[in-house]
Ligand binder design. Structure first.
Ligand code: FAD
Length: 500
């Protein structure tokens, strides 16, 4: 008996059923051809070494939710362990795959992997359909509309997409027919134990501030979209980096994993804003989503976007390697309570406010520690639930004034900045409990507290909490000079190139 042929949808950063055109293509194709439908996720075992525990947890939850949602339409998720380039060709044989659908991604590692898979598909006569569905706009079209050039400013980007009609999102609700399920539908042969493989127990998943999955993502979106006035009044600079509960939506982990479609978010925002007086980009919520589009377009059109060397957008700044500074920063031990609180929140919860990211990114690079943004981006990659290749690199370049933003002399103060929205230091007290009993007067600068106050608060600086790693007042001024020199050199090199 000849084996039934299959249609495979390869899930990557599209862990959802809504607005998943590639998945719908796979379902339709399976139905039309009377093939078996194989919704598949490939879990690279190396992920354990690359991704922090919070993000792994989010991924496990998202995959479980995806499976549950697929079962609601009479299908299921196959999770296959291995490197995609090794195990997909084996699956193509085993399952007699004739048709594969997937989402277009721009992370160079995924792009390289896709090229290999695409070639194998060509050789095996497997038809491949790729869909751009991680962004509102097709970044390749935007780049083409700008003659292949990267739009270097947000406003330029907005002008390029201004007349583009954003298509409606689709929903997949129709039951997959029994013919497409295949005889081994209920077999556990292809199942892996996500928990065992990634080193988690069921209990580990319980304690979680932002649980992963499409269901949670949609719920979170709907909660915010019912607060119409809040959405319409939203202005990013008026939100707070150090509120105990987030002052922005925290939709980013869901959007980054593809549990929530950015296009659906876009349409919902348009719906809420319609007929209402509302804020506008760049500060509105829609404006935030457009920042994401901007960085995606820049990332798609720039070689070595996540690196300094070989990246045409990035100013070459002579950062210094300093493992001690980097470690102290990453572990929240700089001796600056606001910076340490942010880094500890990041490590514990996997999410921090945008302006908190500003604070710590500036501090690590041009502000205080003079360590390369590439090092900071790696730490964020490890800890952030919402890690996203282009958004992380783009924002790090912005904050280190390496690209997009050039006012390098505007430096965040690790003392004054946090005070603006949290005078009493409640946020610091939560994430740096050693300082919990410090008087508000010293909570941002505990080294200034007299010994008797330190003793009364039960925390001696230099003993129970680190002495500050650098003197901000001094180093930030020196660093401005160094930035000035790097910018000058860049200008001179440009002039020389033009003369040649
Ligand atoms: P909201 O303010 O509610 O905004 C809604 C959505 O808009 C977000 O979910 C996000 O998808 C998008 N968005 C908001 N701000 C930005 C921005 N500045 N750039 C691009 N998109 C934005 N965001 C990531 O998703 N992944 C990253 O890896 C990432 N790395 C960052 C690194 C640094 C150094 C900095 C300064 C920012 C980074 N950001 C990153 C951008 C931003 O901080 C987060 O997207 C935002 O804080 C997420 O919280 P939210 O969902 O509550 O945002």
């Amino acid at each position: 008996m000849t084996k039934a042929a299959s249609v495979l949808h390869w899930f990557r950063l599209d862990l959802r059923l809504h607005d998943n055109l590639a998945l719908r293509n796979a379902i339709n194709e399976a139905e039309n051809r009377k093939h078996i439908l194989r919704p598949t996720y490939v879990l690279d075992p190396d992920i354990k070494n690359k991704v922090g525990r919070n993000r792994l947890k989010f991924l496990i939850q998202s995959l479980r939710d995806l499976d549950a949602n697929l079962r609601k339409i009479n299908s299921r998720l196959f999770i296959i362990k291995g490197r995609a380039v090794d195990c997909l060709p084996q699956l193509f044989e085993k399952w007699q795959v004739k048709f594969i659908t997937l989402q277009v991604d721009i992370d160079p590692e995924l792009v390289k992997q896709d090229e290999v898979i695409e070639k194998i598909c060509e050789e095996k006569d497997i038809f491949m359909v790729k869909r751009v569905q991680h962004t509102v706009y097709d970044f390749n079209t935007t780049l083409r509309n700008n003659n292949g050039n990267v739009p270097l400013t947000y406003q330029k980007f907005l002008s390029l997409v201004a007349s583009t009609q954003v298509k409606d999102t689709i929903e997949i609700t129709k039951q997959v027919s029994e013919d497409c399920k295949g005889s081994e539908f209920d077999s556990k042969d292809d199942d892996i134990s996500l928990l065992d493989d990634l080193g988690f127990t069921e209990e580990d998943l319980n304690e979680c501030k932002y649980p992963g999955g499409e269901t949670e993502g949609l719920k979170r979106l709907n909660t915010y979209m019912t607060k119409k006035q809040w959405v319409c009044n939203f202005e990013k600079p008026n939100t707070s980096p150090n509120s105990i509960e987030p002052s922005t939506t925290v939709l980013s982990p869901y959007i980054s994993h593809g549990c929530l479609s950015s296009k659906l978010f876009y349409h919902k925002l348009k719906e809420v804003e319609s007929g209402m007086k509302h804020s506008s980009p760049p500060v509105s919520l829609l404006g935030q989503l457009m920042w994401r589009e901007f960085y995606y377009t820049a990332g798609a059109g720039t070689e070595n976007f996540d690196k300094m060397v070989g990246n045409p957008l990035c100013t070459q700044i002579p950062w210094k390697k300093n493992e001690e500074y980097l470690k102290a920063w990453a572990e929240g031990r700089t001796g600056y309570p606001f910076v340490d609180a942010i880094m500890r929140q990041l490590k514990q919860e996997g999410w921090i406010h945008h302006l908190a990211r500003h604070m710590v990114a500036c501090f690590l690079t041009r502000g205080d520690l003079w360590v390369s943004w590439e090092e900071g981006a790696k730490v964020f990659e490890d800890y952030l639930l919402d890690y996203d290749w282009s958004l992380n690199a783009g924002n790090w370049m912005w904050l280190s004034a390496s690209a997009f933003f050039y006012k390098y002399y505007r430096v965040y103060s690790p003392i004054a900045f946090g005070k603006k929205t949290d005078k009493e230091g409640l946020y610091i007290r939560k994430y740096v409990p050693e300082l919990k009993k410090y008087p508000s007067e010293f909570i941002y600068e505990p080294w200034k507290a007299p010994k008797s106050t330190q003793m009364a608060a039960g925390c001696i600086i230099g003993q129970d909490y680190p002495k500050r790693i650098v003197d901000h007042d001094k180093v930030h001024k020196d660093n401005i000079q160094k930035m000035n020199a790097a910018y000058k050199l860049k200008k001179e090199n440009k002039t020389l190139k033009r003369k040649r």
